[in-house]
Design a binder for this molecule. Structure first.
Ligand SMILES: [Cu+2]
Length: 321
């Protein structure tokens, strides 16, 4: 516990730097700075840096991943052989983009989750010369999936586009797991300290242990000791943050704690996915968190007929096969 406490203080010291630089911008997209919520004294970075860099437009305030087309770039799924997932990014001139910046070791990060927030995967497709990205399909079963392409076109701004992909078959939707501050994955226990707050930056510290021992030799994964993705329940707004500091910088320990500065765009339920690497494998720890005052769940839904339509099996009298 002493170690964790100490690291936590360490991380807070870094937060001021991080809040300005990468975290908030990448997390919540091109955010219009909310003056009263910034912790950093170095406001100059905001003043000299137009939010998002690109045309502001109506979408500039949106979290990532909600749009299939943004700032001239469009995500286009492509027919692929069974077991493969393929897509292109069409650029402003309509042709597939073939040149990308490397961000966190990769030119393309593809994240998928089912619309019920289950089945999260984070994979890295290969780019063909014609601009098609291909990867062994990460879609783990029937249902409607959201696929997020997280990338930076050469010379452009970071973008996350999202598209729905349907996988045929019978879906058994899973309720969102209850909020918790501890979870287990692959024999690891991961605890979460901190609560995301809508509209302002919060520290989230994830601490990894195994068999009761704190893990202090996390392995670099894509240039960091952890990657944190948050998806908002209801629309799967996409937030992706990296910790400030990382492997090889001489000041960032390899665990057991990894701290992120995170800003969520609204009150609500979020599913957090922490990717970390240890023992030669990548593990994903998942948490449900509530941000802010979450509106009470609807009691009797006045739109009761809707679920029948959503089920896709026609009128109630038809029953199910
Ligand atoms: Cu990635």
């Amino acid at each position: 516990m002493n170690t964790a406490t100490k690291l936590s203080g360490f991380a807070l010291g870094l937060a001021a730097v991080f809040g300005t630089a990468y975290g908030v911008g990448h997390l919540a997209g091109p955010v219009t700075p909310a003056a009263d919520t910034r912790h950093d004294p170095a406001g100059a970075a905001h003043d000299s840096d137009p939010p998002g860099g690109g045309p502001a437009g109506a979408t500039a305030h949106l979290p990532g991943g909600l749009l299939v087309s943004d700032r001239g770039y469009t995500m286009q799924p492509v027919d692929a052989p069974t077991g493969q997932f393929a897509f292109r990014i069409a650029g402003p001139d309509g042709t597939p983009v073939t040149s990308y910046e490397v961000a966190h070791d990769k030119r393309m990060h593809l994240i998928v989750a089912r619309r019920d927030l289950s089945g999260f995967r984070h994979v890295h497709p290969e780019l063909s010369a014609d601009g098609t990205w291909r990867v062994a399909s990460p879609l783990g079963g029937p249902g409607v999936w959201r696929a997020f392409a997280d990338f930076t076109p050469s010379g452009g701004d970071p973008l996350t586009l999202g598209v729905d992909v349907a996988v045929p078959g019978q879906l058994q939707p899973r309720p969102l797991p209850a909020p918790a501050t501890s979870t287990t994955v692959d024999g690891y226990t991961v605890t979460l300290a901190g609560t995301p707050q809508p509209g302002r930056t919060s520290q989230l510290t994830l601490t990894v242990s195994r068999d009761g021992q704190l893990v202090t030799d996390l392995e670099p994964y894509l240039g960091a000791y952890g990657h944190l993705v948050a998806l908002r329940q209801g629309d799967l707004a996409y937030l992706h943050v990296h910790p400030e500091g990382g492997p090889g910088d001489g000041r960032t320990p390899a665990g057991p704690a990894v701290t992120f500065s995170a800003e969520v765009p609204s009150a609500g339920s979020y599913r957090l996915y922490l990717d970390f690497r240890h023992g030669g494998a990548v593990h994903t720890a998942e948490f449900t968190v509530l941000a802010g005052d979450v509106p009470p769940a609807p009691t009797t839904n006045p739109a009761a007929p809707a679920p029948t339509a959503d089920a896709g099996h026609g009128a109630p009298g038809h029953g199910h096969n």
